[in-house]
Design a protein around this ligand. Structure first.
Ligand code: TXA
Ligand code: MG
Length: 321
């Protein structure tokens, strides 16, 4: 795989050539790195599933280059959606809406809805604008593994599987987009992510149940998603660390050091945004060490902390798969 500087125009031109050829390209977004293909070409999209070893029942997010494009690919866009697009696009908010015919079934796993977002990363926007078509992209990791937040992660994880990755630096949020759908009684959060529930609730009513059963309920909600290779246990603090041949992923700087061989601190000062930005990259590093178990300290479930905990809980369930 070739890694090229995404901020150089010639790199974007070459990436667009690949996309036009029906190939896949990894590219940076503000959340995590994505593995993109022409969203309107089912053969190209099939290559994403192949490279990731992703089951075909798991639908992809369509990335658009302008807010107006939404109406080319989605129907029946509710007022709440327009309000949220105004507030949060470009940015890490994904909307599930009724799809238009032009979106191939492989993108949506045969659902009548499509997940759409407009990313804010300059390189992602350049790429989509230059391509002039939407790009379907999941996170650029093998299925069920952790999402890459650096181009070096992509290179390691998808080595030999894709032709090119655009380097756009470290992902600023470090956690995937928030995924929502629109119910008659308000907005339902399918996946907690970079935009917090608190932020959304400034604009819309948040509901905690889905009344219709026509909506696909559990995107990526396979219980063992986002998992490291090593077993992971969530703990309240260092005192619960019992195995020395372990890694400890601390939320903030611990007062007493754990008996673990390796320690990563998500945010010395306990800042949730900083913790989110470091979350996957720290976990990916700890997972590479020759240890028996990763202990992860709980983080407060407010703001983006909810998204971190959602991922930790899934990672800890891997053994239950
Ligand atoms: O931040 C992000 O969202 C990143 C960047 C690359 O944009 N993308 C990402 O994609 O996290 P992925 O494929 O790893 O996660 C997308 C999730 C999947 O769990 C999928 O099930 C859900 O979105 N999804 C896609 N289309 C859906 C639909 N029509 N209804 C419900 N869930 C959907
Ligand atoms: Mg993913």
């Amino acid at each position: 795989m070739e890694i090229v500087n995404g901020f150089e125009n010639s790199s974007v031109v070459r990436a667009v050539e690949l996309l036009n050829n029906g190939d896949v390209v990894a590219f940076p977004t503000e959340t995590v790195y994505g593995l993109g293909a022409d969203a309107l070409n089912p053969y190209a999209v099939a290559k994403i599933f192949e490279a990731k070893n992703r089951p075909h029942f798991d639908p992809l997010i369509v990335h658009v280059g302008r807010k107006e494009w939404l109406h080319d690919y989605a129907e029946d866009v509710p007022q709440d959606a327009l309000k949220l697009i105004d507030a949060f696009w470009p940015g890490p908010l994904t909307l599930i809406l009724q799809k238009k015919m032009c979106i191939p079934d492989i993108v949506t796993a045969g659902l009548s809805t499509v997940a759409i977002r407009m990313p804010s990363h300059a390189v992602a926007l350049e790429l989509i604008e230059a391509f002039q078509k939407p790009i379907a992209a999941p996170s650029a990791n093998p299925f069920a593994y952790m999402s890459p937040t650096k181009v070096t992660h992509v290179a390691r994880m998808l080595k030999g599987k894709i032709p090119m990755a655009l380097d756009g630096g470290d992902s600023v949020f470090g956690i995937e987009s928030t995924i929502i759908s629109f119910q008659s009684h308000g907005v339902f959060i399918h996946r907690h992510g970079a935009i917090s529930e608190e932020e959304l609730s400034e604009y819309v009513n948040i509901v905690h149940d889905i009344k219709t059963d026509s909506v696909y309920r559990s995107p990526g909600e396979l219980p063992y998603h986002y998992a490291p290779m090593k077993p992971l246990k969530i703990v309240h603090n260092v005192d619960e660390v019992k195995i020395a041949n372990s890694s400890f992923l601390a939320f903030r700087q611990p007062v007493t050091l754990p008996i673990s061989r390796y320690l990563k601190v998500l945010s010395k000062t306990g800042d949730l945004k900083e913790a989110a930005a470091n979350f996957f990259s720290d976990l990916i590093e700890l997972d590479r060490e020759d240890i028996d178990i990763i202990y992860a300290e709980r983080v407060p479930e407010t703001g983006i902390g909810k998204a971190i905990m959602e991922r930790l809980k899934k990672a800890s369930k891997k053994g239950a798969k």
